[in-house]
Design a protein around this ligand. Structure first.
Ligand SMILES: *[C@@H]1O[C@H](CO)[C@@H](O)[C@H](O)[C@H]1NC(C)=O
Ligand SMILES: *[C@@H]1O[C@H](CO)[C@@H](O)[C@H](O)[C@H]1NC(C)=O
Ligand SMILES: *[C@@H]1O[C@H](CO)[C@@H](O)[C@H](O)[C@H]1NC(C)=O
Ligand SMILES: *[C@@H]1O[C@H](CO)[C@@H](O)[C@H](O)[C@H]1NC(C)=O
Ligand SMILES: *[C@@H]1O[C@H](CO)[C@@H](O)[C@H](O)[C@H]1NC(C)=O
Ligand SMILES: *[C@@H]1O[C@H](CO)[C@@H](O)[C@H](O)[C@H]1NC(C)=O
Ligand SMILES: *[C@@H]1O[C@H](CO)[C@@H](O)[C@H](O)[C@H]1NC(C)=O
Ligand SMILES: *[C@@H]1O[C@H](CO)[C@@H](O)[C@H](O)[C@H]1NC(C)=O
Ligand SMILES: *[C@@H]1O[C@H](CO)[C@@H](O)[C@H](O)[C@H]1NC(C)=O
Ligand SMILES: *[C@@H]1O[C@H](CO)[C@@H](O)[C@H](O)[C@H]1NC(C)=O
Ligand SMILES: *[C@@H]1O[C@H](CO)[C@@H](O)[C@H](O)[C@H]1NC(C)=O
Ligand SMILES: *[C@@H]1O[C@H](CO)[C@@H](O)[C@H](O)[C@H]1NC(C)=O
Length: 717
């Protein structure tokens, strides 16, 4: 303690910093801004970092500044670490950093240089051993002077290529073959090369093979998403000191895993999303240090070598989406560290081996989309959070979900039996998908009270009974799909508590209820399907409150009344199916305001009057309206009135209509009788003028009424 203090005091009292370096740093500070409110999602790694550069002040010793390290003898700056410093600004060719000729370490990672080029001046820093410009928003060709950096030990130019949603402009740095070749030939001590996201599409197989010359130094090689193409030499994969290889996301890069000679030190191998193929050799089991093996989304074929499971260090194994066949090896040594195991999307058959159920650290298990049979046993592990077994041929009853599980997905299997009441213990669930099985029995009522459950998908089973009655307040439901079962009504009003709900599909059940007007509280709702049930009563005008709604299917129910005008407030509506109900009245003109409406079905109802035209309505064909005898106009073949005189009138209600109809029929009958009587009188008495005028007047009235009668008859057909 005293010793340390003694060493430290002198350097803080007398200035050590080289005068030129001091001013170069201050000028650099003036060329940029520090902006702590500037944000990219990848800057999250910097959340706890301070804007180091703010401690830099003229007149103080630069060797004491944050991020700066000096040579204790000469006072020259030898290390500048400004990673995560919230820097925003452009690099210019004259940037004063290039004057720090004694720099051995330069780290500007995780800043925003706004698409600046790396300038040739970088080649002046010939003492650099570590250059780190990762995630710093640089752009353009890597200057050929980079090859002057013959002392480089680590080079990190990786950038943000993983998150496509990020608002970062699409800046890309490029390596040309000339610069690459010279650099690899000159910097013979390179241990670590990280170029993820750099465009290396012009680097040929032979240029890449120069890496073999680094056989005594190279430890870390990361070339993810570099647009590399051609065959990746297995000689590189076999370099004796390699510990970490990442070639992921190079879909034109092919190669095979060497049958032997992979480095014993290899702990991390990621070839996912490449065109690597061939068999996974049994010798992979010799890699005693391997902890991360990701071969997902390649075209590997053959069996999974059983030696793979004698790796005791393995923590992640992903062989998903290949063409692997046969059974999963049934014997293992000890995989006490394995936390992620994904074998999805292959053609694996046989059963799930026993050892899966007791892996002590397993938290993610994905066997989706294989041909696995047999039953699912009970998991004895407490670490499992994610279990995805959908799209297999698993039979035997639904297992008890493992303790602490968050995602439990076993849809599209052949599971039978009840949903066990022990499901109620799985209150940590976020997602429960049991869809497309043959489950029977009732839905456990407790599901509505799970605090984190956001997706509940039980569609296409044989479940009966009620929908859970109590959905708790502040629940997390986003999707509820219970369609294709035998559920009865009524709908629980507590569904109104699901204020985050986006999809509610209760179609094809036996729910008997009035239209649930209280759903208006579900402001996030995008899809509502109540099709093929026994809903009755009117759609209450509150439907207009569901502003997010994109799809509404109420077909095959017994809904009556008219289409409420507020339905036209649902400006996001893309499909609307009200077919096969008992709806009446006219189609509101305002529905033509629904600009995104792509599917409309009003078939098999009692709508009447003229079909609105304009907007999306010009795109619907007659199978959107069939089975509404009183509906007329385009696109139906029946025009509204041949004379063009008849106009739809929204006050033409049933009662008046009935009244009018009776009057007309009575009038017509009286007219007939009266006419016959008059005819008889005329026959007896000749043609008195008064009588002739009266007859003409009556006939005139009758002709008018007869037109109406035709319309009535049409309506009654
Ligand atoms: C800081 O960054 C924010 C967000 O990118 C930006 O809106 C603001 O203009 C920046 N401030 C300065 C001084 O550049
Ligand atoms: C630092 O301060 C000195 C004297 O106060 C001044 O001459 C010099 O220009 C300053 N340097 C910068 C970069 O501001
Ligand atoms: C470097 O060049 C830029 C742009 O040409 C200029 O604005 C800046 O003043 C120059 N800085 C120095 C230190 O010369
Ligand atoms: C190799 O590095 C040395 C030392 O920096 C340099 O002088 C030489 O020009 C470099 N060679 C090439 C081909 O860049
Ligand atoms: C580059 O710097 C970033 C941020 O400090 C760090 O995460 C990364 O590991 C560094 N790269 C190398 C090769 O050391
Ligand atoms: C690189 O290795 C190849 C063969 O492995 C060799 O022919 C070549 O001379 C080496 N180049 C350098 C610069 O060491
Ligand atoms: C593996 O390395 C040994 C020793 O270096 C060598 O003799 C053998 O040919 C290599 N095998 C393969 C398949 O490259
Ligand atoms: C599993 O698949 C392999 C390869 O397709 C096949 O030979 C074997 O008969 C299958 N076994 C079972 C039990 O289906
Ligand atoms: C479920 O929880 C109850 C108490 O909450 C407990 O008695 C029972 O043993 C649990 N069942 C399982 C299978 O964990
Ligand atoms: C579903 O289960 C019922 C009764 O449990 C059974 O009658 C029916 O055949 C099963 N359906 C299928 C497709 O397995
Ligand atoms: C609405 O549900 C019916 C079945 O009840 C179905 O035939 C129709 O395709 C669905 N409509 C839309 C637009 O999905
Ligand atoms: C509307 O529904 C009816 C009856 O279900 C059906 O025949 C018709 O094809 C559907 N039309 C459209 C456009 O989906």
């Amino acid at each position: 303690m005293f010793h340390l203090l003694f060493l430290y005091l002198p350097s803080s009292t007398c200035s050590l910093c080289n005068h030129h370096d001091n001013s170069a740093l201050l000028q650099f500070k003036h060329s940029i801004v520090v902006n702590t409110s500037h944000y990219y999602s990848w800057l999250d790694v910097c959340s706890s970092s301070s804007p180091k550069i703010e401690s830099w002040r003229n007149g103080t010793d630069c060797c004491q500044w944050e991020g700066v390290t000096c040579d204790t003898k000469s006072g020259h700056v030898i290390s500048l670490d400004l990673s995560c410093s919230h820097i925003q600004g452009k690099f210019h060719p004259n940037n004063t950093i290039f004057r720090l000729r004694h720099l051995q370490n330069l780290n500007l990672a995780y800043n925003d240089f706004s698409g600046s080029l790396i300038f040739p001046g970088i080649g002046d820093l010939v003492n650099l051993m570590h250059l780190n410009l990762s995630f710093s928003v640089i752009n353009g060709d890597i200057p050929s002077t980079m090859s002057h950096l013959s002392k480089l030990v680590s080079l990190d130019l990786s950038s943000d290529w993983g998150s496509v949603d990020d608002p970062m402009p699409n800046y890309i740095t490029r390596f040309d073959p000339y610069t690459w070749n010279k650099l690899i030939q000159n910097a013979t001590n390179l241990r670590e090369i990280r170029l993820d996201g750099v465009d290396m599409s012009s680097i040929t197989e032979s240029s890449l093979s120069l890496l073999v010359n680094l056989s005594s130094s190279l430890v870390f090689l990361s070339l993810g998403s570099t647009k590399l193409q051609g065959i990746f030499s297995s000689d590189i994969l076999c370099l004796p000191n390699l510990q970490r290889i990442d070639l992921s996301y190079n879909k034109w890069l092919t190669g095979e895993l060497p049958k032997s000679n992979l480095s014993n030190l290899l702990s991390y191998l990621d070839l996912s999303y490449t065109a690597f193929s061939g068999q996974i050799s049994n010798s992979i089991g010799n890699l005693k240090s391997l902890s991360h093996l990701d071969l997902g989304k390649c075209t590997f074929e053959g069996l999974i070598p059983s030696s793979l499971f004698h790796l005791t260090q393995l923590s992640l194994l992903d062989l998903s989406d290949n063409e692997l066949v046969g059974p999963i090896p049934s014997k293992i040594t000890s995989l006490s560290k394995l936390h992620t195991l994904a074998l999805a999307g292959n053609k694996l058959n046989g059963t799930i081996p026993r050892w899966f159920y007791s892996l002590p650290s397993l938290s993610y298990l994905n066997l989706y989309g294989n041909q696995l049979r047999g039953s699912i046993a009970e998991f004895s592990t407490y670490s499992l959070e994610y279990l995805y077994l959908s799209d297999n041929k698993l039979q035997g009853n639904l297992p008890i979900p493992p303790n602490g599980i968050e995602y439990f997905l076993v849809s599209n299997n052949e599971l039978t039996g009840d949903i066990p009441s022990t499901m109620c213990n799985a209150s940590t669930l976020n997602m429960l998908n049991l869809a497309h099985n043959n489950l029977t029995g009732k839905i456990p009522q407790c599901l509505g009270a799970f605090p984190y459950l956001s997706v509940l998908d039980l569609q296409m089973n044989n479940l009966y009974g009620n929908i859970p009655r109590k959905f708790s307040k502040e629940n997390a439901f986003v999707t509820i799909k219970l369609n294709g079962n035998h559920l009865k009504g009524p709908l629980p009003q507590s569904l109104a508590h699901c204020t985050n709900l986006q999809v509610l599909d209760l179609g094809n059940n036996n729910i008997e209820d009035t239209f649930p007007h209280w759903l208006e509280t579900l402001q996030q709702l995008q899809v509502l399907s109540l099709r093929s049930n026994k809903f009755h009563g009117e759609i209450p005008k509150f439907i207009g409150e569901l502003h997010s709604l994109k799809g509404l299917n109420l077909s095959h129910n017994a809904i009556s009344g008219t289409i409420p005008q507020p339905l036209s407030y649902l400006r996001n509506l893309e499909w609307l199916d009200l077919s096969c109900n008992q709806l009446t009245g006219e189609i509101p003109m305002d529905l033509t305001n629904l600009n995104f409406l792509a599917v409309l079905n009003l078939s098999q109802n009692q709508f009447e009057g003229i079909i609105p035209t304009g907007g999306q309505f010009n795109t619907f064909e007659n199978d959107s309206y069939v089975g509404n005898p009183m509906l007329c106009g385009f696109p139906l073949s029946k025009s509204c009135n041949e004379d063009g005189e008849w106009k739809p009138h929204s006050t033409f209600h049933n009662e008046e209509f009935g009244f009018g109809w009776k009057v007309v029929v009575v009038g017509y009958a009286i007219g007939m009788l009266f006419g016959m009587l008059l005819g008889y009188f005329m026959f007896l008495t000749g043609k008195p003028q008064w009588l002739a005028r009266l007859v003409e007047g009556l006939l005139y009235v009758r002709v008018k009424r007869t037109n109406n009668t035709n319309y009535v008859n049409r309506g009654m057909n």
